[in-house]
Design a protein around this ligand. Structure first.
Ligand SMILES: [Zn+2]
Length: 271
């Protein structure tokens, strides 16, 4: 094996581990299959195609059959994916990358809140946690490393029909902003002015077309129900939204600090 081939595999292992945690280990488990295909399948592109298919299968089977029971031993369960639940992934990337694991108490709490909402409302989750290892970072988040953290999309209405948006308005799940209006306190400008360049970074990757209505009443109801749930310890929200939604009295709803990223594109909750 050439040095370049070794470096390429090491880079793949690293990338898969950083983005999916278990992907790197599954990549190692796939190596004997890879070797067999390389030996037996003629033609460079045909061999590559077979290898890609084989790794996809190893990854999918590992994620579906191996990870959930092992994660349960570690005290984490996956959030609902395919069921008719009032809680769903905003984007299947979070699920495919195994970033949808939480402690059972957090799943129970968020399902409680989802079921208390009007039946037309579905809550859409973004990043949660990886299945294993407390302290293993779920990049680019500063926390989300212990099974006790979860991000939720805001609730948006479509202007003409008034119907609720399914999922997130952002392809990324993050970065579609409900910015401060004139007269509201502008925490993002404050943070950026103090040199925290990363504070609004994600919004630059996402079109801000503003063709959706931020549902003040449903988001307020959601935040209130989350704040009143005994299992939820903290909620991060941008200060101008806390004021706009009349949530000043809610001690659990806090500002997260300039070293994080802005929270007027999603709600962060934790145990
Ligand atoms: Zn978060």
């Amino acid at each position: 094996m050439t040095v370049i081939a070794i470096l390429r595999r090491a880079a793949l292992f690293l990338i898969l581990t950083v983005f999916t945690q278990v992907g790197g280990v599954l990549y190692l488990l796939y190596q004997p299959i890879r070797w067999q295909i390389s030996q037996r399948v003629p033609g460079k592109w045909r061999s590559r195609g077979y290898r890609l298919l084989a790794f996809t299968m190893v990854y999918a089977l590992g994620s579906l059959l191996l990870v959930p029971p092992l994660a349960l031993l570690n005290g984490r369960v996956p959030l609902p994916v395919f069921s008719e639940s009032s809680l769903k992934p905003a984007n299947y990337f979070f699920v495919i990358a195994n970033r949808h694991y939480v402690k059972p108490a957090l799943l129970e709490a968020v399902l409680d809140v989802a079921n208390q909402m009007d039946h037309s409302v579905t809550l859409y989750f973004l990043d949660a946690n990886f299945p294993f290892l407390d302290g293993f970072p779920l990049l680019p988040h500063r926390s989300h490393d212990d099974g006790g953290k979860l991000d939720l999309a805001f609730i948006y209405e479509k202007p003409v029909t008034g119907k609720l948006l399914s999922g997130s308005p952002s392809w990324l799940g993050y970065g579609y902003l409900e910015t401060p209006k004139a007269g509201e306190y502008d925490q993002p400008a404050n943070c950026e002015g103090r040199g925290y360049w990363q504070y609004s970074l994600l919004s630059r990757l996402v079109p801000q077309d503003n063709n959706l209505d931020f549902s003040a009443s449903l988001n307020r109801q959601l935040l209130l129900r989350l704040a009143r749930h005994p299992a939820i310890g903290k909620i991060f929200l941008e200060p101008h939204l806390k004021t706009r939604l009349g949530l000043e009295g809610q001690k659990k709803i806090r500002f997260h600090g300039c070293a994080a990223v802005r929270h007027d594109d999603h709600i962060h909750i934790q145990l």
